[in-house]
Design a protein around this ligand. Structure first.
Ligand SMILES: CC(=O)SCCNC(=O)CCNC(=O)[C@H](O)C(C)(C)COP(=O)(O)OP(=O)(O)OC[C@H]1O[C@@H](n2cnc3c(N)ncnc32)[C@H](O)[C@@H]1OP(=O)(O)O
Length: 169
């Protein structure tokens, strides 16, 4: 299968925060942001694999900075690593200052998607080659994150998670 780059899957969703999407503090509701990130990640995974894709797990979400009502929010998603049928998608969330246009990182998240056929059975995805330093760092750490996710889901024995265990040795 053709080798691809993370940039080829890059997906950018920009939208406003409307009153119906906020919590009592007038900040973006966490579930709304999760849904936006899931949509962006789904498109990135589809662009990489050119297949039907499903969310397998949400591996990490950090709501580091509240996103106020009226903000312009940009969600950027890229495939950071592929395995056999699964893809790790890294998401960065930015908010934009109204006057200066300067972007501030608000949140990040990591999702795992799996490519499937019409019957929902997992199918192989193209390999990926990171290009930039950030892409290489994310690629290198992705195997440990996959092992952690599988261990927590009860789908891998801790003793088999060799790269993850090496972190603590
Ligand atoms: C866009 C959306 O929102 S879709 C709606 C929400 N999502 C869904 O409905 C998906 C429902 N779940 C499923 O269909 C299935 O559980 C699937 C397709 C995700 C996995 O199917 P399984 O029968 O478990 O297949 P299998 O064990 O071969 O796993 C497939 C891949 O997923 C990976 N995987 C499965 N669970 C996890 C997990 N919790 N964390 C990380 N990777 C996982 C496996 O490691 C494997 O990866 P690999 O082939 O790259 O090594």
């Amino acid at each position: 299968m053709e080798l691809k780059t993370p940039e080829e899957s890059k997906t950018t969703l920009t939208d406003l925060v409307l009153p119906s999407e906020t919590n009592p503090l007038n900040n973006l509701f966490g579930g709304e942001l999760l849904a936006r990130m899931d949509r962006a990640a789904s498109i990135a995974a589809r662009r990489h694999s050119r297949r039907i894709v499903v969310t397998a797990s949400v591996n990490h979400v950090a709501f580091n900075k509240a996103v106020p009502l009226g903000s312009v929010v940009t969600v950027e998603a890229k495939v950071s690593r592929t395995f056999k049928t699964s893809m790790e998608i890294f998401l960065d969330v930015w908010i934009e200052d109204r006057e200066s246009g300067r972007r501030t990182k608000a949140n990040e998240a990591i999702y795992t998607f799996v490519a499937v056929d019409d019957m929902g059975n997992p199918v192989p995805v193209p390999p990926i080659e990171p290009q930039t330093k950030l892409e290489k760092d994310r690629f290198d750490a992705a195997l440990r994150r996959k092992q952690l996710s599988l261990v927590l889901a009860g789908k891998m024995q801790p003793s088999e998670a060799t790269e993850l265990k090496a972190l603590f040795e």
